[in-house]
Design a protein around this ligand. Structure first.
Ligand code: M6R
Length: 613
């Protein structure tokens, strides 16, 4: 989704910092990019549809090179097609200000009509340009009070925004910003002040960052920043120290971030899990989730989107088995609008890599309104979801750049299982011995994951993918705790390869999907050694009998014996098997996408973090 950067320095050029900031944000998905700088005399804008390289092409005239204040934007089109004119920044007030915006202005049509009636000429079809002109109008009325003008304009807006303005003040160029919904982060670095919609854009300048709260506004100058809350009071927000190394966001020698991130999973598992295990006590240490807080939990409501929802489904199986607490799982986008009913003592569990997914945030706000406490499983320290939750388990996946989530998924599943163990122990439904067995199993997963990621294993997977790349469709089937892994395998494949893939509960095949089976279909069967293995085998036999081509992924040798292609996975406790089974599926999707020449890290139409509905 859209990205914002801003930089203001004392007499030092900011152009390269802005371009580098936009480069960091590329992973979020965008279709145009632009930059505005204040040269000291005037505001200049350059913007271009397409990749950042197109924008860099038009920066070569050097006109923006010496400016020491500027803002930049990557746009993911919502209102108006991707085009040079619809790209941000938008100018307003006859060149008095440039503005970039993330979010949606819901009442943009009525505001546009009102402004047009006053003679304002619009050059784009965007809702954002409307906001720019609205601010410029207020600024004309109160030229010495830019923050008041911004506040007055925003008071007329319905919707949500992260907005940054570049303009002249009586003390020289400044950047103004405001947040209502989408994130904004500010930081003071050596020699300047920086703004970003994603903390990754700020980390090259400082690891101490301040997350604006909803309703906050700020003014950035080369000497620092001042923040104000929704009521207009000056506020001090304590900077958070971020422990991510900005280098982690580079792909290094890997051809794609996705492949690098798949290979990071053994370490991610270790970082997320090992320090939290107390094997001797047969328990898990999760601050804020001690016995007193958990004993009263009678139901869990999981809300999440996409891959995170699949991690939530795995977590459901783990919680119900280990803690004997009933769990409901919902798409956050459905939950928030269906007038949900929450039983007394329900704990809402939000899983989200970014912590900024609009639907998940809205769903948990609703849960809080309905009286539930919220636990977040999240990968980004300081994210909205973490700040709004009553408790959080941070996954330690590090920055995930590939749009297709891989390492964040395994970290979410691992954190979900840790939580299930903790809840089981707190509720008295899980014995010390069984908890110890699970924790030992988790410790062993790191080397089992490594076995799945050796060069020869990856080459085997690449050959398997080549053999199946021309299939006309893919059906992923699984049972029990591996059913969500079938869903996840199908989602990964469609996201990055653009081929049709469906995930299904294997037991449901005969109720419809079996009609799809013919020799052109690949059926990926996800299995584990479990009481359900026999049933899975008969599903495979039914598929084979109808000419379907089966790829068996898992640890059940008897299922492998029936299949055309196999991908053996080391044996683990059934409850932990999803953490291994998902890895070959990620590789399978990756190699099919490679075979099809797809843009693996930035699949078409997708954004990394979906901060609008
Ligand atoms: O940041 P979140 O975990 O809340 O994101 C949720 C989904 O948008 C995300 O998992 C999406 O489905 C990914 N592209 C999956 O690879």
């Amino acid at each position: 989704m859209c990205g914002i950067v801003g930089a203001i320095r004392q007499g030092e050029p900011v152009l390269s910092a802005l371009v580098e900031g936009l480069r960091v944000l590329e992973y979020r998905g965008y279709d145009s990019a632009g930059i505005a700088v204040h040269t000291g005399q005037e505001i200049l804008v350059r913007k271009k549809q397409g990749r950042l390289a197109n924008l860099e092409g038009i920066l070569e005239d050097g006109a923006l090179a010496g400016a020491s204040a500027g803002i930049g934007h990557t746009r993911w089109a919502t209102h108006g097609a991707p085009s040079d004119l619809n790209a941000h920044p938008h100018m307003a007030g006859g060149g008095a200000l440039a503005m970039v915006h993330n979010g949606i202005i819901e009442n943009h049509q009525s505001l546009r009509q009102e402004l047009a009636a006053k003679g304002i000429k619009f050059v784009s079809q965007t809702d954002s340009e409307v906001l720019g002109h609205l601010i410029a109008e207020e600024l004309t009325a109160a030229p010495d009070e830019p923050l008041a003008a911004l506040r007055a304009a925003l008071a007329r807006v319905e919707g949500y925004y992260a907005v940054a303005l570049l303009l002249d003040t009586d003390t020289g160029p400044a950047i103004l910003c405001a947040r209502q919904g989408p994130p904004l982060v500010v930081a003071q670095g050596p020699g300047g002040t920086y703004l970003g919609s994603d903390l990754l854009a700020l980390l090259p300048h400082s690891s101490d960052v301040v997350f604006l709260e909803d309703g906050d506004m700020g003014i950035l100058t080369a000497g620092g920043y001042a923040l104000f809350d929704a009521a207009g009071n000056s506020v001090e927000r304590v900077p958070e120290a971020i422990d991510w190394d900005p280098k982690e966001a580079n792909k290094g020698p890997w051809p794609h971030h996705m492949l690098k991130e798949i290979h990071e999973q053994p370490d991610v598992l270790a970082r997320t899990v090992f320090d939290r295990m107390d094997e001797e006590a047969g328990d898990v240490i999760l601050p804020g989730l001690e016995d007193d807080a958990l004993r009263q939990v009678e139901r869990i409501q999981v809300v999440a989107c996409g891959t995170a929802l699949h991690a939530g489904l795995v977590t459901r199986y783990a919680i119900e088995e280990l803690a004997r607490v009933p769990v409901d799982v919902d798409f956050a986008s459905e939950f928030r609008y269906r007038g949900p009913v929450l039983a007394k003592n329900t704990l809402a569990l939000a899983l989200t890599q970014s912590g900024e997914t609009a639907d998940t945030l809205a769903a948990t706000r609703l849960c809080q309104k309905l009286g539930a406490r919220v636990l977040a499983i999240c990968n980004v320290q300081g994210a909205s979801q973490v700040r709004e939750a009553d408790a959080a388990i941070l996954t330690h996946a590090g920055p995930e750049i590939g749009v297709a989530s891989t390492k964040a998924f395994t970290a979410q599943v691992a954190a979900g299982i840790l939580f299930a163990i903790r809840l089981g122990r707190a509720k008295g439904n899980l014995s010390v011995e069984r908890a110890r067995e699970l924790l030992q199993g988790m410790r062993g997963l790191r080397s089992q994951m490594e076995q799945l990621l050796t060069q020869s294993k990856c080459e085997e997977m690449r050959s398997v993918a080549r053999r199946h790349a021309a299939a006309k469709g893919f059906l992923f089937i699984g049972r029990g705790i591996n059913y969500p892994i079938a869903l996840e395998g199908a989602l990964k494949l469609k996201e990055i390869s653009y081929v049709h893939a469906e995930g299904y509960a294997a037991g449901e095949m005969k109720h419809g999907p079996i009609a799809l089976i013919d020799p052109g279909m690949t059926i990926v069967c996800v299995n584990a050694q479990s009481p359900l293995a026999d049933k899975m085998r008969s599903n495979v036999e039914q598929v084979q009998a109808r000419g379907g081509v089966v790829l068996s992924v898992g640890s059940d040798q008897a299922t492998h014996d029936l299949a055309r292609d196999v991908c053996p996975v080391p044996t683990a406790l059934e409850i932990l098997s999803p953490l291994l089974n998902v890895i070959p599926l990620q590789l399978f999707s990756y190699y099919i996408a490679e075979q099809r020449g797809c843009d693996i890290d930035k699949p078409r139409n997708l954004a990394k973090s979906v901060t609008v509905e």
